[in-house]
Design a protein around this ligand. Structure first.
Ligand SMILES: NC(=O)c1ccc[n+]([C@@H]2O[C@H](COP(=O)([O-])OP(=O)(O)OC[C@H]3O[C@@H](n4cnc5c(N)ncnc54)[C@H](O)[C@@H]3O)[C@@H](O)[C@H]2O)c1
Length: 411
């Protein structure tokens, strides 16, 4: 192979080292390795080592800072270097968690191809409003597409040869709705995840796939806190059963085709731009309208409420730490929860204080499909992902209420 000039000049390399995103550093290392293999000597004998060290920092303690980096300089590095920017396929980009993950990835200079079918499970205007924010960033592209439509997904891969990883968050969410419309859960969640794993097989130089699972897989388990080591064979909702199915299908695909995969069991996520079918949003809407709120299991419920910013950091850490090719274990599952089980009555009291109003409570029995308590054991997520949730419900709810009032124009 002919030795050409070094693919990265010193100036570009310095900018990438200081400000480059995870994928940029990855690409820089592989360019330098290819160049060395072809007999070239890169600028400075330790350029590759420096890139590797920086990669470790980003994946470790530096993750939080890295998310906040200004992206303009990193973008300049791409414009002036011979570095190709890699893209991440993000499903469910118009959804609550997808929107926040996309925003954080764009802020650190990644290119995001977002897909979503914009279904009407809740107000589509909220999904559109989230997308409007993301579209303001040139690194974001969106296609309205169903993840279960394999022909459309494979055609998208043909149009985006620069894809290197997938963050799969699209799903039919909600425990209670799975009693009303069961088929959509199997289609969107199980078939949708199978299609995304098939898509992963088709991506050249794939880094891997991160996918959303749920605390619902713990079903009727009594032992608290819920650990990823616990058996999860007793789902109490179809939603939980579909999420467990996704984990099993991902395990089989990882084993069969050597796909690096991480499943994240999210625990009751809340925060700005949140889902209108979830407790924080439902209670806030009802209390402000002077309407009663429905309190299930007569208030004897507890949830590990997890603030969206913590979830975003955990999700991106999982993406950045996907098991490398050749690792013994290519598929891992982690809990992302706050590691505090809060009484539902305390959660309501925090919302009341943030709104300065008192809720009228209607006490009702436990709903079919619901569980009385969730509580995440996050030891493995702390150890392997550096996951360190910090937001209390007191802080998180104030931020949610502030966003809610702005978004709905409530004074
Ligand atoms: N929010 C939570 O507390 C929580 C807890 C556990 C697990 N999860 C999981 O996290 C993920 C994100 O949840 P969220 O809270 O952001 O929900 P969300 O409903 O706001 O986002 C999901 C998005 O996926 C899209 N979608 C649904 N079916 C699709 C399909 N067939 N094709 C393409 N797009 C489709 C929806 O339009 C929506 O925008 C989901 O997989 C959910 O099951 C969420």
């Amino acid at each position: 192979m002919k030795v050409e000039s070094c693919p990265l000049d010193a100036g570009v390399l310095v900018v990438i080292l200081i400000l480059g995103s995870f994928d940029m550093l990855h690409e820089a290392i592989s360019l330098l390795v290819r160049y060395e293999e072809a007999g070239g000597a890169p600028i400075g004998s330790d350029a590759k080592t420096c890139c590797c060290r920086r990669l470790d920092t980003i994946g470790g303690n530096g993750l939080r800072e890295n998310l906040l980096q200004p992206r303009s300089l990193a973008t300049e590095a791409i414009a002036h270097g011979r570095l190709t920017r890699m893209s991440i396929l993000l499903t469910g980009a118009a959804g609550f968690i997808g929107f926040h993950v996309a925003k954080a990835l764009l802020e650190r200079g990644e290119r995001v191809i977002g897909i979503d079918n914009l279904n009407e499970y809740y107000d589509v205007r909220l999904k559109e409003a989230r997308l409007d924010h993301l579209r303001a960033d040139r690194g974001f592209a969106f296609e309205k597409l169903d993840v279960a439509d394999r022909a459309a997904v494979f055609a998208l891969l043909e149009r985006h040869k620069d894809l290197r990883s997938i963050i799969h968050l699209a799903a039919q969410a909600g425990v209670r709705h799975s009693l009303k419309d069961p088929y959509v859960y199997v289609e969107a969640n199980v078939l949708g995840t199978l299609v995304m794993l098939e898509a992963a097989r088709r991506i050249e130089n794939l880094r891997g796939i991160v996918y959303a699972s749920s605390s619902s897989v713990y079903g009727a388990n009594k032992k608290q806190p819920f650990s990823v080591e616990d058996p999860v064979d007793l789902p109490v909702s179809l939603y939980g059963a579909t999420k467990r199915s996704c984990e099993l299908v991902a395990q089989a695909y990882s084993h069969l085709y050597g796909i690096s995969a991480i499943g994240l069991r999210y625990f009751t996520v809340y925060g700005p731009w949140g889902r209108p079918d979830m407790a924080a949003y439902l209670f806030t809407t009802a209390i402000l309208a002077g309407k009663p709120i429905m309190v299930f299991n007569e208030g004897r419920m507890a949830r590990d409420f997890t603030y969206i910013d913590d979830i975003v950091l955990g999700t991106i850490a999982a993406h950045d730490r996907l098991p490398a090719a050749g690792s013994e274990t290519r598929h891992a599952i982690y809990n992302l929860g706050n590691h505090r089980s809060e009484k539902l009555t305390d959660f309501i009291a925090v919302i009341e204080r943030a709104l300065g109003r008192t809720a009228q409570k209607v006490l009702l029995p436990l709903q079919p499909g619901d569980v009385a308590e969730t509580f995440a054991d996050i030891e493995a997520s702390r150890r392997d992902l550096g996951f360190d949730p910090k937001t209390t419900i007191e802080t998180g709810i104030v931020r949610f209420v502030q966003w809610y009032k702005e978004y709905h124009g409530v004074s």
